[in-house]
Design a protein around this ligand. Sequence first.
Ligand code: NAP
Length: 497
Amino acid sequence: MNKITTPPTLIMIFGATGDLAKRKLFPSLYQLYLKGSLEKRFAVLGIGRREWTNEQFTQHVRDSLENSSHDQDRIDSFIEHCTYESHDVEDSSSYIKLKERADELDQSFDLDGNRIFYLAMAPEFFGTITDHLKADGLTDTEGFCRLVIEKPFGHDLPSATALNKQIRQSFSEEQIYRIDHYLGKEMVQNIEVIRFANALFEPLWNSRFISNIQVTSSEVLGVEERGRYYEKSGALRDMVQNHMLQMVALLAMEPPISLSTDEIRSEKVRVLRALRPVEGKEVDDYFVRGQYGPDENGEIKGYRENSNVDSDSNTETYVAGKVMIDNFRWAGVPFYIRTGKSMSVKSTKIVVQFKDIPMNLYYNKEHSLDPNLLVIHIQPDEGITLHLNAKKSNLGTDTDCIKLSYSASSVDGINTPEAYEKLLLDCILGDATNFTHWDEVRHSWSFVDKISEHWESTKDETFPNYPAKSMGPAKSDEMLAKDGFEWWPVGEQDLEE
Ligand code: NAP
């Protein structure tokens, strides 16, 4: 791969002692360094509340790289670019010192005043930090200033609007990079290419030829230690408002007139505007909620048994929905989405089911034709499988379903770049295409809010309604069965077959 060169940059990570920085941000920055995208003129300023010395911090960064390359010289030279500042973001007086540190690094690494402020912290601090960054002159430089914000961006439309208003006092929309790490995933980025670079698909990509599209993101892990956060969030806010609706938007958008950030975003926004709103009792026709109980062997505890979870909790750990897009292209085509915790398979997959051909010449009692499917494997395996019908190798005319597979990781022979690595690179390069614009956030919250309002006002007495290590509540299957469909399996074995 050609080396991608980046402008000189100071990357200030607020929350540098936390989990996200350790598991994702430092390893991703190091990968960019190994690939030469970060060279001499960059610096990382880690910011946390605890009073660490620089040595303690750099040891922390080293520890975070233990699964990366073990080339000590390279790690040592990367670490020379990393430094720490203990700073309580609520302490107004300490931003002046932070500015001095940033200015020093700017000088010593010759960074042209370019700054990225990465807020890897709890959202309640976002507004305070951005207010101070501007008021105390940290954004007052000759170079570019960009703000990266982690999810969640609000917990409903009013809170997201208030947060956006506050942030916009210090940063313009063009300077704000709202992370949805699904948009950094290789195969999510591939959705557009599969659609718009293949004569085979785009002509068929509409209600005349597609019967339904299924988007699954299932996790095997339960809520574990995140009960406090999850009780307030639930699967709808945690997954549907952002990742699931973003995938739907990419699948459903019209071809943009160019690949520019603005054109792609505006096509995605048009999809989100066309989502059929569902509210009140109608929600029950379009959405199913679930909460996991213990598994059948009693080995895995149910959601309600986790710490910081109400023993009578009404929070959903599973959501399935039938999303309708009321525009010309998609009239009548359901987009079924489902996501949940403590499920039997870890998998993010998109299955595009094409309509049956008008007449089946190959019908026999034992075997009817299978529908053509295009499966996009997002994670853990990455690739594409196309399900076709072909003649069985025998004397008759029996048909068989064959699968044409492309596995991104096995062909390339290397792990595809981590989503965070790509997104950090995009941000340094000033490419906001794979970040969410406020308009996308606004429309997806207004869709999701109506569902959560109904769920919050009605207790689900059937909870817990699916055992851990299963694929969710029976009601979810029934929702598809009513339309004459079923969920396609999302097991990990597909690509090997
Ligand atoms: P975390 O492990 O709890 O870390 C929180 C960080 O915030 C720590 O570095 C902490 O510093 C710092 N902090 C807290 N209060 C502070 C204050 N008053 N002044 C300065 N620093 C303060 O959280 P996380 O898991 O890394 O998550 C960070 C953000 O990313 C959250 O918004 C989360 O929703 C989002 N996110 C996380 C993940 C993930 O995989 N972890 C994934 C997606 C999104 P001290 O410990 O030194 O006090």
